[in-house]
Design a protein around this ligand. Sequence first.
Ligand SMILES: [Fe+2]
Length: 217
Amino acid sequence: MNNNLDRRRFLSRCGASLALFAAPGAFAEALLQTPRQTPGPFYPDHLPLDTDNDLIIINDNLKPAVGEITYLSGRILDASGNPIRDATVEIWQCDKNGAYLHSGSGNAEKRDPNFQGFGRFLTSSTGEYLFRTIKPVAYPGRAPHIHFAIKMKGRERWTTQCYIKGDPANPKDGIWKSVKDDAQRESITVDFAPLKSARAGELTAHFDLVMGFTPES
Ligand SMILES: [Fe+2]
């Protein structure tokens, strides 16, 4: 008797969740795939000595990078919205003067020697990553952006770029505009907002990346 009752309850719960799944668009927002973007020509041709997730301080230097300090975090998710563990997240961006860690970069003579320019983070079971970096700046021909590369075992490198919500340079940027779908373009354009209780005006930005596949475990 009790067993039957439990079974009926279980089935009705399943029914409820199946109905939710079947509702058109119920998960559309959560599962919107992040568009891929070109890595561009400035992935570091010489990696820095320090490749950790703090781009503001190189090794044990005392002097920090110049720029608006930003805590950049998010999750790497598969096509079903599950967190992806053991993904290597790499970011690279130019410094406050528009110089990349690349021998072909413009403004190389003005490079900020205290900006790491590149960092790595390995996701845990939560799929989360975290970097401390600077708010990206524009350089000739480009709106401010941060490059991302995701590396997973058995897969080719997956790259995209992350932009600043509301930046007036976005609509003039050919690579940003190349994402024709509004929702997809919005998904790579994120708020750089003041971090609550920050004493030195630090910012926070959140960028989730949804892969178009489910990795084999
Ligand atoms: Fe770039």
